[in-house]
Design a protein around this ligand. Structure first.
Ligand SMILES: [Fe+2]
Ligand SMILES: [Fe+2]
Length: 376
C-alpha cells in the first residue's frame, strides 16, 4: 500500500477538505426478510470476485509520452489535425502534450468520481430500507475504497500528472451526497455517474491498448462497476413506475436532466487548456463542436439511456432533453440487467470510428460549422 507520490493531486479552490451538509434518515431493517434474491446474488458475486490492489503489476514501466511518440511515428499524428480539425494545426510536440493531459485529466476525474462513489454508497448503507441492499452497498463501499487506492497510485506513482476535481463533477457529487432522498443517491451515483464511468472505462481500454497496467486496472474496475450499475437498476426498478406520484417523478426527471448537463460540461475539459496555456475560449468550443468529440461524449451515455428507460425515467420531458443532445439513439441498447456485458458494444465502436471518418474540412479552409453543430 506504500507508494511513491511523484506529484500530489492538485486541490480544488475550496481546499483539501470539504464538508457537505445532509439531512437524512438512517434506517434499520429489523425484519431481515432477505427475500430480494437478485440483490443477494449480487452480494455473493461481489464478495467472491473481490481482488486486491497488490495483485496488479505495479513494477510495469508506464511511459505515456513514449507511447504517444510511437503513435506519432506510426503516422497517427496527422490524424488529429485531419480528423479533428483543431483551431490551428498542432505540431507533434503539442499533440503529445494534448494526449498526456487529456489522459491525466480523464484518469483524475475517474479518481474523484470513485471517491464520490465511496461516500455516496456509504450513505446508501444507512438510508436504504432493505437489509439485502445494505449488504450489497457495504460490499460496494469496499470496492470503491480499492478503486480510489488504485487510481490514486496510478496517477501519482506512474503518471505524475493529475488534475483537481472538475467543478461540474464536484457540483454533481455534492448534489448526490447532500440529497435526503435515498433513491436519488442511487439515481445520481449508480445510474448516472457510474453508468457514464462504465462507458468511459470501455473507451479508455480502447484508447490505451498498448499500456498493460491500465488495461488490467480498467478490466478489474469495469467488472466491479458493472455490478454497481446493476445494483442501482435492481434497487430502483418498479419504484418510479409503481410507487411514485407524478410530482415525485417530476423531481427525479429534473435531477436526471441537471445531472446530464453537469456531466456533459465536465467532458469539455477546460482545465486541460488552462494548464496547457491554450486559450479555453478557443479550444473549449472546439471540444464542444468537433464531431469526433461529440460522438465520444454521446457514447458515454450509452449505458445510462437504456437504464433510465428500464426505470421508467425516459419520460417525455427527459426524452425532449435527450433528443436535443442526440442521445436517444442508445435507447434500444440492452440495459444493465438484460446484458451485464461490460465491453463497449461493437456498434458503438463503429459509431466512434464513423465520427473519425466524418471528414472535417481541409485545414485552413472555411470551417463547416453546419456539419459540426448538426447534432448539437
Ligand atoms: Fe468504482
Ligand atoms: Fe462503483
Amino acid at each position: 500500500m506504500k507508494y511513491q507520490q511523484k506529484n500530489p493531486v492538485p486541490l480544488p479552490e475550496s481546499g483539501a477538505f470539504e464538508s457537505v451538509k445532509t439531512t437524512m434518515d438512517s434506517v434499520f431493517d429489523w425484519q431481515y426478510a432477505l427475500e430480494r434474491d437478485d440483490l443477494l446474488n449480487l452480494y455473493e458475486k461481489g464478495k467472491a470476485l473481490s481482488w486486491n490492489a497488490s495483485d496488479l503489476a505495479w513494477d510495469t514501466n508506464v511511459d505515456i509520452e513514449a507511447m504517444s511518440r510511437g503513435r506519432q511515428e506510426a503516422g497517427m499524428g496527422g490524424m488529429l489535425n485531419e480528423v479533428m480539425n483543431p483551431p490551428r494545426k498542432l505540431d507533434d510536440r503539442e499533440i503529445i502534450d494534448l494526449n498526456l493531459h487529456m489522459n491525466g485529466f480523464m484518469l483524475s476525474q475517474f479518481l474523484h468520481g470513485e471517491q464520490g462513489a465511496l461516500v455516496a454508497t456509504s450513505k446508501i448503507v444507512q438510508q436504504v430500507p432493505w437489509e439485502e441492499a445494505k449488504f450489497y452497498a457495504a460490499n460496494q463501499v469496499a470496492d470503491e475504497a480499492r478503486h480510489v487506492e488504485v487510481y490514486h497510485r496510478y496517477l501519482t506513482e506512474k503518471l505524475g500528472l493529475s488534475y483537481e476535481v472538475h467543478p461540474s463533477l464536484k457540483a454533481l457529487l455534492d448534489d448526490i451526497v447532500s440529497d435526503s432522498r435515498w433513491d436519488v443517491t442511487y439515481l445520481g451515483m449508480q445510474i448516472m455517474v457510474e453508468g457514464l464511468a462504465l462507458a468511459a472505462f470501455g473507451i479508455m481500454k480502447l484508447l490505451m491498448q498498448d499500456e498493460p497496467l491500465i488495461q488490467d486496472i480498467t478490466t478489474r474496475i469495469m467488472a466491479d462497476e458493472a455490478r454497481h450499475v446493476a445494483f442501482g437498476v435492481l434497487s430502483l426498478q418498479n419504484l418510479y413506475t409503481n410507487e411514485m406520484s407524478d410530482s415525485e417523478r417530476r423531481e427525479r426527471e429534473d435531477f436526471v436532466i441537471e445531472a446530464t448537463h453537469l456531466m456533459r460540461d465536465r467532458l469539455l475539459m477546460h482545465q486541460v487548456f488552462d494548464r496547457l496555456d491554450w486559450d479555453p475560449k478557443v479550444w473549449v468550443p472546439w471540444m464542444s463542436e468537433t464531431p469526433f468529440m461529440k460522438g465520444f461524449r454521446q457514447m458515454l451515455f450509452s449505458k445510462i439511456v437504456p437504464n433510465l428507460k428500464r426505470l421508467g425515467l425516459l419520460t417525455p420531458r427527459v426524452r425532449e432533453e435527450y433528443a436535443k443532445l442526440d442521445l436517444l439513439r442508445f435507447e434500444h441498447l440492452k440495459d444493465s440487467v438484460e446484458d451485464p456485458e461490460i465491453a463497449p458494444p461493437q456498434e458503438l465502436v463503429q459509431l466512434l470510428m464513423s465520427y473519425m471518418t466524418e471528414k472535417s474540412p481541409a485545414p485552413g479552409g472555411a470551417a463547416d460549422a453546419s456539419t459540426a453543430s448538426s447534432t448539437a
